[in-house]
Design a protein around this ligand. Structure first.
Ligand code: HPA
Length: 267
């Protein structure tokens, strides 16, 4: 049995057989969404091979249960490329979601904004992304499946559903391009100007490798950024991880309303 099949067996023994319809990956400061799920929580430390997400503001556990009448699997505590230098660090958790029967994935993250109209506390739905970190989680993958098309990586149907949910909640959810920087240092002002020229609307240190892996595995996905700060050089405010964590709840409350509405209305 493959490792993902073994882990999926272990998880189903504890949480039940019903496949989660949606997987959710929670970004920095967005962990409390997991608490809204009525279900079973399993610590990553009980799931051999799951990454030890070392970033404060993340709770390293998988929660499976009901949210707004939908069965969901919530990954709190994602691991980042910058923690290990491994861009495929989230591969096993995503393989396990697939083995559980999940086919749709919603990713969230904290990000810096490059647009004045998208200040801290606002949200952005990813229309597309730029893998500026210069690596790829599928490097070393031997199968032909590694040549993953990325034209509609950010699924139009899921995006339309999230936009409709935002509209129904009266919350602005502009679409934009997310540029993945490796971190863990924040960008320089020159890098932020460069990202703007490249066509980015927000910058962050996550999500893109997971979207690539999800597409490789055949999961449909969409991602939402919670804007915690303006990109370096775009405002006088100092950028820090503390600030990110402090600002995330502002947008997180709105994101939770959108996700609840989205799940409640999903066909
Ligand atoms: N840059 C990169 N990642 C981030 C930022 C940022 O400005 N804010 C939150 N995550």
């Amino acid at each position: 049995m493959s490792r993902s099949a073994e882990l999926s067996r272990l998880i189903r023994d504890r949480a039940g057989e019903e496949p989660p319809e949606y997987g959710l990956i929670l970004g920095s400061g967005l962990g409390h969404l997991a608490a809204a799920v009525e279900g079973v929580a399993i610590l990553y430390s009980d799931l051999p091979g799951f990454p030890h997400a070392g970033v404060s503001g993340h709770v390293p556990q998988l929660v499976i249960g009901q949210l707004e009448g939908r069965r969901v699997a919530v990954l709190g505590g994602r691991a980042h490329y910058y923690e290990s230098g491994r861009a495929d660090v989230m591969r096993l958790p995503l393989e396990v979601l697939k083995a559980l029967g999940t086919r749709q994935l919603i990713l969230t993250n904290a990000a810096g904004s490059l647009r004045a109209a998208m200040p801290p506390g606002s949200l952005m739905l990813l229309s597309d992304h730029i893998a500026f970190a210069g690596t790829n989680p599928l490097i070393g993958e031997a199968s032909e499946a590694r040549f993953v098309p990325m034209s509609d990586a950010h699924d139009p149907t899921l995006r339309a559903g999230l936009k409709a949910a935002a509209e129904a909640e009266g919350i602005a959810l502009p679409e934009g391009v997310y540029c993945w920087f490796s971190g863990p240092s924040f960008e320089t002002p020159a890098e932020i100007r460069a990202a703007r020229i490249l066509g980015a609307d927000a910058v962050g240190m996550s999500t893109v490798p997971e979207v690539i892996l999800a597409r490789f595995l055949g999961l449909r996905c969409a991602a939402v950024s919670v804007i915690t700060n303006m990109g370096a050089g775009l405002s006088d405010e100092a950028i820090s991880h503390e600030h990110t964590k402090a600002m995330a709840p502002l947008g997180a409350a709105k994101l939770e309303r959108i996700l609840r509405r989205f799940l409640g209305q999903a066909a």
